[in-house]
Design a protein around this ligand. Structure first.
Ligand code: ADP
Ligand code: MG
Length: 255
């Protein structure tokens, strides 16, 4: 039996607008086992990013999220910091997510300074080198700044930073959406490799159904803040039940 990684129960996210309250995520529940990949798809505005931020405890919400059996709501300070070590995120814009004033070395060492305080400087540097190798980049890049790198290289560095402390969960919110098709394929293969080697569970938010089909064990389809279909990958691609799922699959076939 697969060990439970993530349990999300009746999760809702509401935004206060001038006219009242808008429910961007409306009662979402699901479970994810260790080392499993869940694709989340749905048209723009369906609540995918709000859901991701709520899971990461970056957005106020109702309902509950448990990671590795521990409820995250109500954690503060040191306890939340410790829990965060196990869940990391990669977002769409690689350059924007990296501090332009920091070298790649400093970017990669930052999570180690927060979560593994007992490491020596030499050990940190070695881990940074190792992380770069793991994402297929040359150690020479350690002394470069983000603006000197390509979009694909920046995204690999964002991934290296996310996995350097061996998280159990990686949330990828449109992490490959801004990349060229060829680079996207390489980064997807990298994510799949990390999942296998490190047993990382992945939440993969995307609108590219081909990428979802490649990477994900199961897929959740969102519409207006709700889950309208949640099925195993092959089942969903072979016999989609909900009209929204069919529309997303049809869009792939369009010229
Ligand atoms: P997706 O990632 O699927 O495109 P989002 O979670 O970003 O969806 O957004 C869902 C809905 O919530 C959208 O209608 C969006 O405009 C709205 N929304 C997102 N963030 C905020 C916010 N901070 N304040 C108000 N409305 C928001
Ligand atoms: Mg989004």
């Amino acid at each position: 039996m697969t060990e439970m990684l993530l349990e999300v129960n009746a999760l809702s996210v509401s935004y206060r607008l001038r006219g009242g309250v808008f429910r961007a995520v409306d009662g979402v529940s699901f479970r994810l086992g260790r080392g499993r990949t869940l694709g989340i798809v749905g048209e723009s505005g369906s609540g995918k990013s709000s859901l991701a931020r709520a899971i990461l405890q970056l957005e106020p919400h109702e309902g509950s999220v448990s990671l590795l059996g521990e409820p995250l709501e109500g954690l503060h300070g040191e306890a939340l910091r410790r829990a965060r070590r196990h869940m990391q995120a990669v977002f769409q814009d690689p350059l924007a997510s990296l501090n332009p004033r920091m070298t790649v070395r400093a970017i990669l060492e930052e999570p180690l300074r927060v979560h593994e305080r007992s490491l020596t400087a030499a050990e940190r540097l070695q881990r940074a080198r190792q992380a770069l190798r793991r994402v297929g980049l040359d150690a020479e890049l350690l002394f470069h700044y983000p603006h000197e790198l390509s979009g694909g290289q920046c995204q690999r560095i964002a991934i290296a930073r996310a996995v350097i402390c061996n998280p159990a969960l990686l949330v990828c919110d449109e992490a490959v959406s801004a990349l060229d098709a060829s680079v996207r394929g390489q980064v997807l293969a990298l994510l799949e490799g990390l999942r296998r080697e490190m047993n990382i569970g992945i939440i993969f938010i995307a609108h590219d159904m081909t990428a979802v089909r490649y990477l994900c064990d199961e897929v959740m389809v969102m519409e207006a803040g709700r889950v309208v279909e949640h099925a195993a990958r092959d089942e969903l691609f072979q016999s989609p039940r909900h009209p929204r799922t069919r529309a997303l699959l049809d869009a792939v076939l369009e010229p």
